[in-house]
Ligand binder design. Structure first.
Ligand code: ATP
Ligand code: PRP
Ligand code: MG
Length: 282
């Protein structure tokens, strides 16, 4: 059985569960379940706090885990990223009241509130800046107003939480992050069970970012049409009953589908359809 750590709560848990479900795995029905066996797929899921996942995986009893890249770095655990998952994208940044601190040099002697002491301590050490760090579990944006710190270091996605607290980022982003699959550093890179799990998740990522496009076009326009829809290998071309017409089928990036449909229509293609892809193996 493949043993997989998955986030039990927070920003990562919902999207991670949705992705695993799309990949065909069983998911827990009830948020108090700590372990779930999926015998059909020969995997066992351990629902753990996102911050602890890298620590469990590096300890070696669990094969892989889903966590945030920032949480992995923060933990200092001996684990590595094997697949980025494209959700829970964020940056990690310093912020303060406007005009109070400018660059990283301005941090000397200040107190920084954060839930990610590992990332902050590493960054300060690398930058050679001496500042104090105070750990808070969450709602870090309030720490400045309440006098606990002059600076915060926190996850920023839309910036709404900072704006609401009257704070402003400064300096370069400390890091970018997204949800990732991790394994213990130096673990067997050829484990077929891990490879199959990753292929399934990659299938979900592709299914989410591509659509299938079908259309009919006149044979003399085929080369120009195919240039618009080259597909992954090459498009499928089938003859139509009406002589001089062909049907074309190709995967196209979902984000570009509408523009491609317009361009194909201009070219004289008709019956242009897109359909969702539910799963795939490339
Ligand atoms: N608003 C957000 N947008 C995108 N990613 C986020 C957001 N908030 C947190 N994350 C990401 O989610 C992970 C943090 O997950 P975690 O469950 O520890 O925090 P949380 O969602 O803030 O939950 P908690 O309420 O326990 O603090 C990190 O990888 C972080 O970058
Ligand atoms: O830039 P934004 O889109 O506002 O998102 C970033 C905020 O989201 C997270 O907070 P969360 O809601 O998880 O609360 P927490 O601070 O208690 O962790 C994070 O800690 C930031 O506060
Ligand atoms: Mg949070």
């Amino acid at each position: 059985m493949l043993r997989i750590a998955v986030p039990n709560k927070g920003a990562l848990s919902g999207p991670a569960a949705a992705m695993l479900h799309e990949a065909g795995y069983r998911m827990r029905k009830e948020s108090k379940e700590l372990v779930l066996v999926d015998p059909t797929n020969e995997v066992e899921f351990f629902y753990l706090r996102p911050k602890d996942i890298a620590i469990y995986v590096s300890a070696g009893k669990l094969d892989i885990g889903i966590t945030g890249e920032d949480l992995l770095i923060d933990s200092g655990a001996d684990a590595e990223v094997i697949l980025p998952l494209g959700f829970a994208r964020s940056t990690f940044r310093f912020a303060a009241k406007p005009g109070t601190v400018s660059g990283i040099e301005g941090l000397a002697g200040k107190t920084i509130a954060t839930s990610y002491e590992g990332i902050v301590a590493k960054h300060l050490a690398e930058s050679g800046v001496d500042a104090s760090v105070v750990h808070l579990d969450g709602a870090v944006e309030t720490a400045i107003e309440l006098g606990v710190a002059q600076v915060i270091a926190d996850v920023v996605e839309t910036g709404t939480s900072l704006r609401n607290a009257g704070l402003e980022v400064f300096g370069e982003p400390i890091m970018k992050s997204e949800a990732v699959v991790i394994r213990r550093s130096g673990a067997d890179g050829d484990d077929p069970k891990v490879a199959q799990f990753l292929r399934r998740l990659q299938g979900v990522l592709v299914a989410r970012s591509y659509v299938m496009m079908d259309y009919d076009c006149r044979a003399e326009h085929l080369e120009r049409a195919v240039a618009l829809t080259p597909g992954l290998e090459s498009p499928t071309i089938s003859p139509l009953h009406n002589e001089g017409w062909v049907a074309v089928r190709a995967m196209v990036p979902a984000k570009e589908a509408q523009r491609i449909m317009d361009d194909l229509y201009e070219l004289g293609a008709r019956a242009i359809l897109t359909t969702a892809i539910h799963a795939c193996r490339l």
